[in-house]
Design a protein around this ligand. Structure first.
Ligand code: CP
Ligand code: NVA
Length: 309
């Protein structure tokens, strides 16, 4: 019905606003079905391969459980346990996997690996996080906001912190969904300029607004949604100390959050470092919806798999 069968899910830039809305509505519907104990198994007999080059708690478990709930089966393929870890090319891996599987997810470093896997596969590929983007997370994030606020269009999302994969995907999603996105990152940690340019192009069509700022106070002003992420993402661990210095002043704490709307939602993709990018008072406080958000990874990804596989 969606017309999405066979598509890859590599980033929100590839999806039209109405396709994203369709997937969000489907996620909410599948969540309701699951809570009511209704079986929905459109992927019976299908198998998902899950290639991981980085650690994961939420992504791995939610994809594996989601595939099971949809009637299918999932295989966890750690990079070091498959021949890719010994140098087998992504292309050969993709060609072979396409003969066994019905879909693949990949969590990797360079985004070009995701693109290459998708290009060389004859089955749908889902980006389960790259250094460039984390679109599955953002589907769960905006599902959470939609559930709590009843709408997305016109809401202000403030992102405080590193110009990383989370910033890029949140910004891209906001641009497609007609939201006001404002970020604040310290000098040297700005988002990718091509991503910003692309998001601004989409924003022109949807009425979204994209503000890339330096000052957290300005970015958070009047925000409906406040988001932050770790200062050192996976692969950047050795920069931890230097980043702690650069990001001082970028902690989301009670003092900063008082400039958001009183009923703001606090979101974080997790894992979090309390006392670094966010204070305990905020992440464990009354505005925080981090566990609903984490739960929605399951429902949002079930929607994606059901639609494309
Ligand atoms: N948010 C997220 O992707 O978590 P994991 O790294 O645990 O999968
Ligand atoms: N930006 C973080 C997100 C983890 C879910 C990372 O890439 O490590």
């Amino acid at each position: 019905a969606s017309g999405l069968k066979g598509r890859d899910f590599l980033g929100l830039a590839d999806y039209k606003p109405e396709e994203i809305r369709y997937l969000l509505d489907l996620a909410i519907d599948l969540k309701r079905k699951q809570k009511n104990g209704e079986l929905y198994q459109p992927l019976k007999g299908k198998t998902l391969g899950m290639i991981f080059e980085k650690s994961s708690t939420r992504t791995r478990v939610s994809f594996e459980v989601g595939m099971y709930q949809l009637g299918g089966h999932a295989l966890f393929l750690s990079r070091n346990d498959i021949q890719m870890g010994r140098g087998e090319t992504i292309r050969d891996t993709a060609m072979v996997m396409s003969r066994y599987l019905d879909g693949m997810i990949i969590r990797t470093f360079g985004h070009r690996n995701v693109v290459e896997l998708a290009r060389s596969s004859t089955i749908p590929v889902i980006n389960a996080l790259s250094d460039l983007s984390h679109p599955c997370q953002v589907m769960a994030d905006y599902q959470t906001v939609l559930e709590k606020k009843g709408k997305l269009e016109g809401l202000k999302v403030a992102y405080i912190g590193d110009g990383n994969n989370m910033l890029h995907s949140l910004m891209m999603g906001a641009s497609k969904l007609g939201m006001h996105f404002a970020s604040a990152s310290p000098e040297g940690y700005d988002p990718d300029s091509d991503q910003v340019r692309l998001a601004r192009e989409y924003a022109e069509e949807t009425g979204a607004k994209i503000d890339i700022l330096r000052d957290p106070r300005e970015a958070i002003e009047n925000a409906d949604v406040v988001y932050t992420d770790v200062w050192a993402s996976m692969g950047f661990e050795e920069e931890q100390k230097e980043r702690e210095r650069a990001f001082s002043g970028y902690q989301v704490n009670e003092e900063l959050a008082q400039h958001a709307k009183p009923d703001y939602l606090f979101l974080h993709c997790l894992p979090a470092h309390r006392g670094e990018e966010v204070s305990e008072g905020v992440i464990d406080g009354p505005n925080s919806v981090i566990f609903d958000e984490a739960e929605n990874r399951l429902h949002a990804q079930k929607a994606i798999m059901a639609a494309i596989m």
